[in-house]
Ligand binder design. Structure first.
Ligand code: GLU
Length: 278
């Protein structure tokens, strides 16, 4: 990999829950391309906190598929399941700031959290009526966590950011999204908390990911602010859809990189389609 000539630090963050498909390939290729153009460094992070769905063979497959596509990144990769101490410290910071609260209401609570919430499975807006009063006594976190903890979002604040691909984005906290999970009652961090803790810890300067995570970006902006950190820039890639207009998902087996490669598609063919439709 070329020696970095700038402070740009980008990342590839696959979730090893299945084989990478064409949509992932385009996002990751764009992330690598933006890093290359900026003369920066590219890190690889495995978002493997969803213990039920992540499997070691998908880690190996993602590495092989990204290499097949011609991408290069820095080793060693960041593995989220090895970093629980960092996430727990981040949670303690939020707790000391009294920005989180324990939540006994379990509306689909466990389903919601360790995986990144894509378009069709985003967290529901948390009802304000469920919130404890801001000045209610805050219980300690405890060594092992048995309840969900949520971040208290500001009421009706309009948040904006300038997206590198999609331009100005805005959303209102409390209306477009509500108090979101930061820690789950099975004692694991949520995607939002783990992602921000890692992006801060390794100094990511630009996050390139799918546009279905824009709502999560607003949540994460609140976490960066709460933790006193400048957020990275964001570049959300347009989503790839199938003929029915559905977001490509890991169930689209025919569009997995392995299946396409077995059918004779080369990385060069594939990249040509990405540059034709940015
Ligand atoms: N691992 C996440 C996903 O599969 C990506 C999260 C991110 O880029 O922040 O969607």
């Amino acid at each position: 990999m070329a020696k970095p000539s700038s402070n740009y630090i980008g990342r590839l963050a696959p979730s090893p829950t299945g084989y990478l498909h064409l949509g992932h390939a385009r996002t990751f290729w764009l992330a690598a391309e933006r890093t290359r153009q900026a003369g920066g460094r590219l890190l690889l992070r495995f978002d493997d906190l969803d213990r039920d769905r992540c499997r070691p063979e998908f880690v190996a497959a993602a590495r092989a598929d990204l290499a097949w596509l011609g991408l290069q990144w820095e080793e060693p990769a960041i593995v989220q399941s090895d970093r629980l101490t960092l996430y727990r410290q981040t949670l303690a910071q939020l707790h000391a700031l009294r920005l989180i609260f324990p939540c006994e209401h379990s509306r689909r609570d466990v389903r919601e959290a360790t995986g990144a919430p894509h378009e069709d499975d985003d967290e529901p807006v948390y009802p304000k009526a469920f919130r404890p009063a801001a000045d209610a006594p805050l219980p300690p976190l405890g060594e092992v966590i048995h309840t969900n903890w949520r971040f208290r979002v500001p009421d009706d604040e309009t948040l904006t950011f300038e997206d590198g691909n999609l331009g100005r984005q805005s959303a209102m906290s409390g209306r477009d999204f509500g108090d979101f999970l930061v820690w789950r009652r099975d004692n694991l961090p949520s995607y939002q908390l783990a992602c921000v803790a890692d992006d801060i810890a390794v100094g990511i300067t630009e996050v390139v990911r799918g546009a279905d995570l824009i709502r999560s970006t607003f949540r994460q902006l609140l976490l960066f602010r709460a933790l006193g950190q400048t957020p990275p820039r964001f570049y959300h890639c347009d989503l790839m859809r199938d003929e029915q207009g559905r977001r490509l998902a890991k169930r689209h087996d025919a569009l997995s990189l392995r299946a396409m490669s077995a059918q004779g598609v080369t990385p060069t063919d594939m990249i040509r389609t990405f540059t034709a439709s940015p």
